[in-house]
Write a protein that binds this ligand. Structure first.
Ligand SMILES: [Zn+2]
Length: 347
């Protein structure tokens, strides 16, 4: 069963000791070492809930729980999953979440490098990039980011084979820049590399500076290496790392991912495909960082990816997919992954 485990402030126990002494509790997402989404049998969960200093449950946890401020939006996001109004909103979402409009064409695929399979312990350096005026992230945004990550990782861990041993560890940082949002050019309908970079660099480089990293893609690589080099809770070491920037500063399109980082623009996501789909957006972009390809036009059915160099067979421009494209997260038509995308992810 899916459950949330939270350590209230001053708790004498650590997630590390919980996971070490209860091997049947399988973490799926660990947040700053303060909370986790886990998969566990009911008996193990009730034993866990009985330990003083731990809050754990398969449903909503007490709202007044004195968790550290950085965990609060995640706890609120978890609890919202059990709110009947939100449940109705979630369950009434169309399966074809990119069907409501024309998805922006994905940025050109990065040059083929060594393939990176989605397995093992994956570190996410989550950088919430806030700023003055219209760039200010709101408390509601932080809850939506928590929901987006929690449910994205539900989709990915639900689809991954057990042999992938997929676990996500998140280190979150919220930076507040002084960059005036009006100085970042509005989107101009182009998602060329130059147009993406012209907007992103204006807030990304100061954000990297705020977390002690150099500017540009060198800073992203340095931060990813730092995530690989650190020891995570429970003595875990991550074998893979990505950086996720979430912001209200202008970007070329709602969301995109390449070169080890994903970017989600909240106001543009509101416009397309809608904030309620933020988990799907994040899961889709994470998959891009592990070599999965878009399956909507102008995808290339002959492009290959993954450890077995499998073509993009479910691309809508493949004549066979045109008459019967399989539902897939990478086509924007499902929360699950088709066989083709699974092979790209190394599953
Ligand atoms: Zn995409």
């Amino acid at each position: 069963m899916n459950a949330f485990v939270a350590l209230p402030m001053g708790s004498p126990v650590s997630l590390q000791s919980i996971f070490a002494s209860n091997p049947v509790i399988r973490p799926k997402l660990i947040i700053d070492g303060l909370g986790a989404v886990v998969d566990a049998p009911p008996l193990a969960l009730s034993a866990l809930s009985a330990i003083p200093g731990i809050a754990a449950g398969t449903g909503a946890l007490p709202t007044g729980l004195p968790v550290p401020p950085s965990l609060q939006p995640w706890l609120t996001a978890w609890n919202r999953l059990f709110n009947p109004t939100f449940q109705t909103a979630l369950s009434s979402r169309p399966k074809k979440w990119l069907a409501a409009g024309t998805p922006p064409a994905a940025p050109a695929a990065p040059p083929a490098g060594p393939t990176s399979t989605l397995d093992g312990t994956v570190a996410i350096g989550l950088v919430n990039v806030s700023g003055p005026g219209t760039a200010a992230l709101t408390p509601a945004d932080l809850v939506d980011i928590g929901f987006g990550l929690i449910n994205a990782i539900n989709h990915l861990t639900r689809n991954a084979p057990a042999s992938a041993k997929l676990v996500f560890v998140v280190e979150q940082q919220t930076v507040t820049l002084s960059v005036n949002p009006a100085t970042v050019p509005a989107p101009n309908g182009s998602n060329s590399s130059a147009d993406i970079e012209a907007r992103e660099k204006m807030w990304r480089d100061p954000a990297l500076g705020a977390i002690g990293q150099p500017a540009s893609f060198g800073g992203i690589t340095a931060y990813r290496n730092a995530l690989l080099g650190r020891t995570w809770w429970g003595g875990l070491h991550a074998g893979k790392s990505v950086v996720a920037f979430i912001t209200r500063y202008n970007t070329s399109i709602s969301a995109y991912a390449a070169f080890g980082r994903l970017v989600v623009n909240l106001p543009q996501t509101d416009t397309f495909p809608g904030r309620i789909h933020i988990d799907r957006v994040i899961a889709h972009e994470i998959c891009h960082l592990f070599d999965a390809m878009d399956e909507y036009a102008p995808c290339n059915p002959l492009a290959t990816a993954g450890p077995l160099h499998v073509p993009n067979g479910n691309c809508i421009l493949n004549p066979l997919a045109t008459i019967g494209q399989a539902p897939c997260l990478m086509a924007g038509t499902s929360d699950d992954l088709c066989t083709w995308s699974r092979s790209h992810l190394g599953w």
